[in-house]
Structure formats: structure tokens, C-alpha cells
Write a new protein. Structure first.
Length: 503
């Protein structure tokens, strides 16, 4: 039987009695492990070898584990110091023992919490006693550190290994180890004799120029064989989806807004009829700028109209907040907490001049909030901002726009909940159903802008508007549950690599 040279090497190195790992075959044949794997899969396809897979646990010391291997476990050092100071007879002050042990920083707490757990002694009202019968020489965890370092993890008990893992002293990982074993057909083939076929597995420029390619036999492709994976660069799914959102909105007749990430509170809040004493405007919620602290220019006429709306309200029956309004407060700069700051800039006419209805604008841009990190909140996220300016808009227009928008992403079960915003009336939160957990998740906020906001901006018709979370849309599309899977250092690389582009 003629086989490609790499397969001949593998079949000759393989045995029918004992499975051999790819690494063993690689070192026996001098071939690279990936060549051996490829050849083994080809041989398996021909029924000449069988491939067995096993999951192997690998355990390694972390930096902290290695440190304790060199210096001793903190609790052992504490015990030795305690005994040195006579704590096996009478209690000794904790400060003294810690000083003698040379422990400092977090190692002190680590030592104290493990000391009692292991029965080295007791800690009571600032004094330490040492149990004279304790034997740190027999400390299972210390012995396990040695064993792991020596590659002899097998000798370590499961509980001890769990404990080391829990303490962050070892890192465990798993890998699939493949082994090959000759099949009966393989044995027969070997007995009948296999020889290397003169096949070549790649075409070179030299072969083309010399004409040699006409005489050689090419190795057949096995497209089903395992091959090393290459994680090439690709557009992040968040960026992909942002671009898709832009395409959809442009398709619905919207134009894109642009504007600063750092903006004056005036544009972020005051123009939205957000009272200056609103809780969201305290230093807890916003990322304030130190340098520069304030915006240089605000349009004087607009400032005056906004201030009047805040103080006195708008219209015949209008009533303002009757609370102080301070232009300096409005000038303060911060990272925008929503992109509705872009909407106020555009609606005011400051950005692209006065706008006549009908108009549709959107942005897909980053916003910043001083939230507590959790699976659905980050300090920054992308907001899909949008508004439609037209005569006589109703809630049906607003809901219909969302149904049309989300349907483009296959989401057809949007739900609405009445809500409150100082700048919209009525207001609605939007919810979608998470495809994996079935839970309702909030995906946006919307409403029809109030008179108190539009009149100072000089807008005389209706404006309906929204801010939707891009990351939440992504959760509905792709089904991941933690926003940190797509953002930041905890990113789920598998998810990012394997997610199919959806269009
Ligand atoms: N600014 C709101 C938010 O960030 C979204 C919104 C925009 C709501 C426009 C209504 C109108 O939640």
C-alpha cells in the first residue's frame, strides 16, 4: 500500500496493543505534532488507525503558589514564629508574632485565617497560642505545592487540590489528548507492507517554473481532518451590530448625528427640562471633568429660554420647578450620560441650522454612567439615539417605529411599560424577551418630548424620541447573558470568534 510519507511514519510508529499519544508519536517520528494529527486523521478515515480522545487535567502553580513554595505557607510561617516566641506555652501578642514571622500586607490575613482552620493554634483578643502538637512539616497543602511543582499532581488528594484552587495557589486547565492505536486493518496493511508514495502536499513557484508539477502526484485534501485553528482578526460583534443598526436606520430614512462625548450639562440635562437638583445630576452619577471644567460658549438666547422654562414652565397652564437655576451649573462639563445631548444640539438648530419638519435623526454612540458593574450594567455602553420631528405624532407612531426597527433583527415581541422622564410625556420603557433565560430585559426608554423642552429649543411641532441600548439588542440577538462577555477584559473570546455574522 502506498501512503504519503507522514502517514507511513505514523502507522509505523503506532501499535495495536497500546495507544500512543500524538506527542509520543511526534517525538518517535520526528514529525511535528500537527503533522502527526493530520496524518492520524487521514489514517483513521482509511480505517487503519483508531483515534482515542481523553481529557487531561493540567495543574500549575500560580505566582502566589510559587511564592509560598519558596517562602513557606503564611500560616506555617506564623506558626513557626509563634513557637519561636513561646506561644506553645503562653499566649503571645499578635503584633509580636507577626513581626517575627516577617509577614506583611495581605499575607497577614491569609496566615490568620488559615492558622485556625488548620488547627495550628488559636487567636483570641489580640493574642496567639500555638498548639504544641501541630506539625507544619506534615502540612498537606505545603506538600501539595511541592508535588504540583514536580509534576506529580496525581499524588495530591482531591480535597487538598480543591483547597489550593480555592486559595488561588494553583490554576487548573483541561486539554484533549489524542492517541492513536493500530486497527486490525492497519496491522494487515503493515504486514503486507506500506511504502511512502512520492506525493507532494504543496505547489511551489519552483515546481511551476521547472514544469515539475506535471510529473508529481499531489496529496489528496482531507477537508474533514482536524486542522490547527487560526483566530484571524475580525470585526467585533458589537461594532458589526452598530453598523447594522446604522444601515437599518438609514434605510428607514434617518440621518446620523455627531457630537462631543464630553459636553456641557446644559446640553445633556438642562435642555431636557431636567431640574438642576435632579438626583441623576449629582456627582454620584456623572463623570465630571476637571480640566477644563466648563464649556466656553452657550447660546445666550437659548440659555434664557431654558432658564425661564425651568423657573416658570411653558404655556398658559405651565408651571416650572420653582427651584434655583444657575448658568454656571449648566456650563459644567461631563462625559455624556446619554446621547440625548446630541438630540438637543440638533433640535436647537445649533448643529445644522433650523430644521423644518419632517426630520429623522439618529446616532449609535457611546455614553457613560457611574453605575455599579453587574451582568447587565457597565460604566459605558452604546446608545441608539433617535428622534422623529413631524406634525401630529402619536404613541402609535412611536410604537410602530420600534416594531419596524426591531423586526429587522428578528425581534417581534417587544413590550412597552409606562415610564417617567422629566422631558417626555407620555414615556415608555421597552422590554424584550431574552432568548436563553426567557426573562424580560429592559432594552430602551422613549417618549414624546414635552412642550417644556421643545418650546425653548424653538421647535413648534411634535418630536418623538428614544434611547435604546445596543448591548441589550445584542443580548436579544445572540443570547449571551453577561454584558462583560462582549466588553472589557472578561470578554468571551470564543463567543466573539465563533459568532456568525447575521444579515
Ligand atoms: N435619554 C434617555 C435614556 O438615556 C432615553 C430617551 C431619549 C428617552 C429620548 C426618551 C426620549 O434613558
Amino acid at each position: 500500500m502506498k501512503l504519503p510519507a507522514s502517514q507511513v511514519a505514523v502507522i509505523e510508529a503506532a501499535s495495536a496493543d497500546e495507544a500512543q499519544t500524538i506527542d509520543q508519536v511526534a517525538s518517535a517520528t520526528g514529525e511535528k505534532p500537527e503533522t502527526v494529527t493530520g496524518a492520524a486523521f487521514d489514517l483513521e478515515a482509511d480505517g487503519l488507525v483508531a483515534i482515542e480522545e481523553a481529557v487531561e487535567e493540567n495543574v500549575e502553580l500560580t505566582d502566589e503558589g510559587r511564592e509560598y513554595l519558596d517562602d513557606g505557607l503564611p500560616e506555617v510561617r506564623l506558626y513557626e514564629a509563634a513557637v519561636e516566641l513561646g506561644a506553645d506555652d503562653d499566649p503571645v501578642s499578635m503584633g509580636q508574632v507577626i513581626g517575627t514571622s516577617g509577614l506583611d500586607g495581605p499575607a497577614v490575613d491569609i496566615a490568620l485565617s488559615n492558622y485556625a482552620r488548620k488547627g495550628y493554634g488559636a487567636i483570641d483578643s489580640g493574642e496567639i497560642t500555638a498548639d504544641p502538637d501541630a506539625d507544619p512539616g506534615a502540612d498537606a497543602e505545603a506538600a501539595a505545592l511541592d508535588a504540583v511543582e514536580a509534576g506529580d499532581t496525581e499524588s495530591v488528594g482531591d480535597d487538598t487540590l480543591d483547597q489550593l484552587d480555592h486559595r488561588g495557589l494553583v490554576e487548573r486547565s483541561e486539554r484533549t489528548v489524542r492517541s492513536v492505536r493500530l486497527t486490525d486493518d492497519g496491522v494487515t496493511a503493515l504486514m503486507e507492507g506500506v511504502e511512502a508514495a512520492e506525493t507532494v502536499d504543496r505547489l511551489t513557484p519552483e515546481m511551476l517554473t521547472s514544469g515539475e508539477w506535471q510529473d508529481v502526484e499531489f496529496t489528496e485534501y482531507n477537508v474533514a481532518a482536524d486542522a490547527p485553528e487560526y483566530g484571524g482578526g475580525k470585526e467585533h460583534i458589537l461594532r458589526q451590530t452598530a453598523n447594522r443598526v446604522k444601515d437599518v436606520l438609514v434605510g428607514m430614512g434617518f440621518q446620523e448625528m455627531e457630537g462631543p462625548h464630553v459636553d456641557a450639562d446644559f446640553w445633556i440635562n438642562d435642555c431636557l427640562f431636567m431640574p438642576q437638583d435632579h438626583p441623576a445630576r449629582t456627582h454620584w452619577d456623572r463623570f465630571a471633568m476637571d480640566n477644563p471644567r466648563e464649556i466656553d460658549d452657550l447660546p445666550a438666547g437659548l440659555v434664557e429660554r431654558v432658564e425661564r422654562a425651568h423657573r416658570e414652565g411653558v404655556g398658559e397652564h405651565g408651571d416650572g420647578y420653582h427651584s434655583p437655576w444657575d448658568e454656571d451649573f449648566a456650563r459644567a462639563l461631563a462625559l455624556r450620560g446619554h446621547t440625548t445631548s446630541l438630540s438637543t444640539r440638533y433640535l436647537s438648530g445649533e448643529q445644522v441650522g433650523d430644521l423644518e419638519p419632517p426630520q429623522r435623526y439618529f446616532s449609535v454612540e457611546k455614553v457613560y454612567r457611574n453605575d455599579t458593574l453587574d451582568p447587565t450594567h457597565l460604566l459605558e455602553f452604546f446608545q441608539i439615539e433617535g428622534w422623529v420631528m413631524a406634525e401630529d405624532l402619536s404613541v402609535r407612531d412611536l410604537m410602530g417605529t420600534f416594531e419596524e426597527f426591531y423586526a429587522q433583527f428578528g425581534i417581534t415581541d417587544i413590550e412597552f411599560k409606562p415610564h417617567y422622564n422629566p422631558y417626555t410625556e407620555p414615556s415608555f420603557e421597552l422590554f424584550g424577551t431574552h432568548p436563553e433565560t426567557g426573562e424580560l430585559i429592559e432594552i430602551g426608554n422613549s417618549g414624546i418630548f414635552r412642550e417644556e423642552m421643545l418650546e425653548p429649543l424653538g421647535v413648534e411641532c411634535d418630536v418623538m424620541a428614544w434611547g435604546l441600548a445596543l448591548e441589550r439588542l445584542l443580548m436579544l440577538i445572540y443570547g449571551f447573558e453577561d454584558i462583560r462577555d462582549v466588553h472589557g477584559t472578561l470578554c468571551d473570546l470564543e463567543l466573539l470568534r465563533d459568532t456568525e455574522v447575521m444579515y
